[in-house]
Design a protein around this ligand. Structure first.
Ligand code: MG
Length: 381
């Protein structure tokens, strides 16, 4: 299928892709990147996102974002901008939906705890784990492990990577060693992620009562839009005023990112994806908006992510992940059969640690809590 006509010359195109690791016949009713998106949606890791924390644990309330709704919001924002910039919407959607597949239960608290547990075994990093999920851990196809996604999708999923890990990864790690950029679609998915979480964390923060509108009025970017809303709809208040304010903030960020990126692209004049790789980052906010976004992020770190009630969750999460890890390392025969390699009694310690990390990283919040109870509470089976 050719959808290339509307695409900018520097957009990613299936026909010029570096392809899949295992070659497959081309799809007959969709593009290669649509096929990637579909494979991601049908994966088990994608379904698990529904029960993984963004900031609030899944059972804390029905309206808070989970990693699943977060990923869908990222895809929505990224696709809107991609269409305006004539980038490949299918690719940007696939990357957005897959970007958090490797997240542990309990959000960043879980990832930090697992990284500490894995200190002597190569560490744990959720971007790398997302790639590991789509390259290896999903078992859906007879012919290969993983989802066998296109190079450009995998490249977009691997947002960050240490030099040491990049060396081990071969072709996909190369750009970190050569200090080159990924496709514009990958750059875009990354910033759409930021737009999504900054805004929905404000929304969830207010809904939970951990943040107040009075606190937010101290942030110029919020206060400005809030005043605009009150001027347009005198007497508006409550949730409706918050929603209308956040809606306008998201819109302002999207418009700025689109305009500023268009300008940068026009200046750099890339003719091909290869030119994009050799240029500096071309998808970026304006300088002024970058500062506003940074202030917002700083505010959320200070007031939401380190709120004492979030700290309690973080501390509990750390304990659960660490105790699960130690229990499975001490007694590998406690692992479910799928995670026990034959002869695993004499497994190399780092190989064993990676198996345990894969098992824990795949858990949802509630599964991790249940598994912890099953291992540590005597009368729980
Ligand atoms: Mg994300």
């Amino acid at each position: 299928m050719d959808t290339g006509l509307q695409l900018a010359p520097y957009a990613a195109r299936p026909e010029r892709s570096s392809g899949r690791r295992f070659s497959e016949p081309p799809p007959d009713s969709r593009t290669e990147f649509q096929r990637d998106r579909d494979r991601i949606i049908h994966s088990s890791a994608f379904r698990r996102l529904e029960y993984k924390t963004q900031v609030f644990i899944n059972h804390e309330g029905d309206l808070f974002r989970t990693r699943l709704t977060h990923s869908i919001e990222v895809a929505q924002i990224a696709r809107s901008i991609a269409r305006n910039l004539r980038l490949n919407e299918d690719l940007v959607e696939a990357i957005s939906l897959a970007h958090d597949l490797g997240h542990t239960p309990f959000g960043h608290a879980g990832q930090d705890a697992l990284n500490d547990c894995m200190r002597d075994h190569g560490g744990f990093e959720h971007n790398l784990q997302s790639l590991r999920v789509v390259d290896k851990l999903e078992q859906r196809y007879g012919a290969f492990d993983g989802l066998n996604l296109m190079f450009e999708t995998r490249e977009g999923i691997l947002k960050h990577c240490s030099t040491a890990n990049a060396r081990k990864l071969g072709e996909i790690g190369q750009r970190f060693l050569e200090k080159k950029q990924p496709s514009l679609e990958a750059q875009l998915a990354n910033l759409a992620d930021e737009i999504a979480y900054n805004n929905h964390d404000i929304d969830d923060g207010l809904r939970s009562g951990l943040l107040t509108t009075e606190q937010l009025d101290g942030i110029d970017f919020y206060a400005r839009h809030r005043r605009e809303v009150e001027a347009a709809y005198p007497g508006i208040g409550g949730r409706r005023a918050i929603n209308e304010t956040i809606r306008r903030m998201i819109n302002a960020l999207i418009v700025d990112l689109t305009d500023a990126s268009s300008r940068r692209i026009a200046e750099a004049r890339p003719a091909t994806l290869n030119d994009v790789r050799n240029a500096g980052p071309l998808i970026a906010f304006s300088e002024a908006m970058r500062e506003e976004a940074a202030t917002l992020k700083g505010f959320l770190h200070e007031n939401l992510y380190r709120h004492y009630r979030v700290n309690r969750m973080t501390s509990k999460a750390r304990r659960i992940v660490t105790e699960l890890f130690d229990a499975f390392m001490g007694e590998p025969n406690l692992l479910p059969p799928d995670y026990q390699a034959p002869g695993s009694d004499h497994q190399d310690e780092s190989v064993q640690a990676r198996i345990v990390a894969d098992y824990i990283a795949g858990m949802t919040d509630r599964y991790a809590i249940r598994e912890h109870r099953r291992l540590f509470v005597i009368d729980e089976m």
